[in-house]
Write a protein that binds this ligand. Sequence first.
Ligand code: PRX
Length: 652
Amino acid sequence: MTEAHVTYPVLEHIRKRSYLKSRDEYTAMYKKSIDEPDEFWREQANRLDWFHPFQKVSDCDLANASIRWYEGGKLNVAHNCLDRHLSERGDQTAIIWEADEAKDGRHISYRELHAEVCKTANVLKSMGVKRGDRVCIYLPMIPELAYTMLACARIGAIHSIVFAGFSAESIRDRILDCEAKMVITANEGVRGGKRIALKSIVDKAVEGLEVVESVLVCRRTDTDVPMKSGRDFSFEEACSKQRPTCPAEWMDAEDPLFILYTSGSTGRPKGLLHTTGGYLTYASLTHKYVFDVHPGDVYCCAADIGWVTGHTYIIYGPLANGATTIMFESVPTYPDPGRYWDIVERHKVNIFYTAPTAIRAIAREGDQWVKKYDRSSLRILGTVGEPINPEAWEWYYDVVGEQKCAIVDTWWQTETGGIMITPLPGVNELKPGAATLPFFGVHPCLVDEEGKKIEATEAKGYLCMQAAWPGLARTVYGDHERFKQTYFSQYPGLYFTGDGCNRDKDGDYWITGRVDDVINVSGHRLGTAEIESSINAHPWVAESAVVGYPHEIKGTGILGFVILNANIGDQAKEEIVQAVREQVATDIGKFARPDLILVCPGLPKTRSGKIMRRILRKISVGEYGNLGNVTTLADPSVVDQIIGVHKEMVKK
Ligand code: PRX
């Protein structure tokens, strides 16, 4: 941390247009947001249309995990994202749908989007979905995903979107947990030229589930799929019977907007619940300042709406701000690694937001794929999801941005609802790999092993938050105690992020990654416990331990240490290893398939039976001589055996 970092000064042409013109301006606004939070957030709430004013700005108590913003206020998220824009920008493009094959894409204006959302809302109502009901959405990146989520918001139903790469079992778990009465899916998804049989995955997921009353099926391709009479309905047919108007429900600021499942250290994924007024205020404010979005800009977040990045920064933030947002159905390498820049050229994108894993994957394909396209429209380049290594940052800055764009390395989480630590265009100089400064209202601190707040500026510790902000999740759906335990009990009075972090002498924050048993694989968040439980379900497996290891493209790769039930020959072992990898892909989703499986004779356990992952993590990176204290292990000799097997694997 003491080494000198390369810094990149604010670019003058960026500052010329940016909302904030100097570090001093940021500091003054930041100070106000921390010293007088209620005053600050009262003003910011004016970004939204309220049907009825709120009585109290905030009522938060982190120690008790009690978070409430704008109570008494009535508003509707869909109204804020659609209706209020109609008079001024009804004909402006709200969503540019960039289909898997670019020629199939289309522009959807605010007026069209409003009509589609209203029709969809009427469909949901006609099928018995009421305010407060949960609706599970398992859709690819097609416009119907935007229609259905906004339709839920319009009638006060709570959506729970499940990324369309998850398995039937994962969907089923989520449906059961939130008791979704309706599931919305498509006959098939299309991605990178391949078709994905989504409806048949949903059929498996809902088989025998009484809670699911209906399945609404959108038609993305020409393929006919079996429809169960009385349960399955065609989305298009249902919409064709509905009127394009539907009143927006008056929701309380603290009424739920959505549930989004995310992985933690232990147990099954948690359904984080976000509510209405605070979430939308935070989404809208962060979207405006972090991406410095101005009227007329074309904004592209290349994430999937199945993750929180897509919720906040493809749909809610941009639409609340009346922006033009791109929904990208395909993958960065289809039909070739130039796809992102082809999109930038065709749509004259000004702001582009993606994940380090995608940047690394296309960077290695060569600069020619970037240079082929005109990128002169670009102003801001964003990254999110995992720490960005300086090489990838510099490639993004030099090659993609030609040193003319500001980079915003945005740190945040499913739980935080929106961006928390980030550079702001026009404000601060950039440091490759640093998320830099807290956003307005965000009050971070670093704590040490003992849970003591570290006062020194230059420090290394666990990243916590000392005050609530409007975008913070309110609870884990159906299990408030788990919410409290997971985030607020480790350091009483603070929100614990689960991330390690350095703060340099300038006060800039550098996120170092998770300090718990969560891993970020290609920006997808997974709990090692979930993967282990899937591996352990294989009949030949006695036990397993999963760790993340540095991976050139994915950021983190998945390595499973596995003990088999009996001694078996090498050939059979190889088959079991493959079967175990497939099992995880089937149980959770392909993105969770372990990269490496190491069959070993035992696991390093303490006498009380706890697996010491610290040792496995060191072994996974070849730090055999630096394992720390192993004397507390029940059987220290197992360590040498595992090292032996790991060395063999590395040799291969
Ligand atoms: O470890 C941090 C990492 O992603 C985690 C949150 O994952 P998820 O809830 O899936 O949300 C991802 C998208 C908001 C964090 O705890 N992370 C996210 N952004 C960054 C990051 N790590 C370093 N730098 C970032 N910019």
